[in-house]
Design a protein around this ligand. Structure first.
Ligand code: SF4
Length: 251
């Protein structure tokens, strides 16, 4: 059966991101963080499908961390990975519960994401992987840019490729050029089951609020999203303010 045109476009953008940002080399062992959300399921499937036609294959290992809420998410993620014949590694944590506990003074998602990220690095390393692939897409990268300004007071975002621990591990984001709607379309065409996130903060985070704001802006002018994304690699530092030492900041 011929591949739908929309899927072909997705594979083109995936390939372009992999080449342009130099994300994957043949022969590598790559840990793919699979939370169970549409982005991570799509990432795993796309990287697996791509192996059908690329000349230098790589090895994929799915890693999943349970956040400590009740539910059947790990089983559903495992079934998905097994259906793709990809090895699955799972670890039970209480990161989500800790993040919502009385001792946490910061935003639950900030703590949860930090703990999860650190554990994923350790898992990837212990599995002998040189790369850890995350399912962040173009919309996530734009949202993070604004979240870092709004709540962190700095201009930065998630990058497609980040070398960590003196080169022992490289974080990669192969969905960097793919928008959320393209991924939703892929999930819909493939009829993958929706794996519900049982976390009480799911869908209620600052990111979700920002997403709504940006969606409104995109409705007014369809070029805005592309312009923001392009601006992230077109930074005119000579037209930004010079740094002010920490103690002298006015706000
Ligand atoms: S929504 Fe819940 S599971 Fe997801 S990052 Fe936030 S606290 Fe963690």
């Amino acid at each position: 059966m011929e591949m739908p045109t929309a899927d072909k476009k997705i594979f083109k953008k995936l390939g372009r991101a992999i080449r342009h940002y130099e994300l994957i080399d043949g022969g590598e062992r790559i840990a793919v963080a699979v939370s169970g959300g549409k982005d991570s399921l799509s990432l795993l499937w796309l990287l697996r499908e791509r192996l059908r036609w690329i000349p230098k294959p790589y090895e994929l290992i799915a890693v999943h961390l349970d956040m400590g809420f009740s539910g059947t998410r790990p089983q559903a993620v495992e079934a998905f990975c097994r259906s793709l014949e990809i090895p699955f590694h799972f670890e039970q944590t209480d990161y989500g519960v800790q993040a919502h506990g009385p001792e946490n003074r910061e935003n639950p998602c900030f703590l949860c994401a930090r703990l999860r990220r650190r554990r994923l690095f350790e898992m990837a390393h212990s599995l002998g992987c040189s790369k850890l692939a995350l399912g962040h897409n173009q919309d996530d990268i734009i949202e993070t840019f604004f979240l870092n300004i709004f709540f962190g007071g700095q201009i930065s975002t998630m990058v497609p490729r980040q070398i960590l621990f003196q080169g022992a591990l490289t974080l990669i984001r192969p969905l960097t050029l793919l928008g959320e709607r393209e991924i939703q379309g892929l999930v819909h065409r493939r009829s993958w089951p929706q794996i519900i996130n049982p976390c009480p903060s799911a869908g209620r985070s600052s990111r979700e609020q920002l997403k709504k704001m940006l969606t409104e802006a995109y409705v007014h002018n369809q070029k805005i999203k592309g312009n923001i994304f392009n601006a992230l690699s077109n930074v005119r530092t000579d037209y930004l303010l010079p740094p002010i030492p920490r103690g002298k900041r006015r706000t």
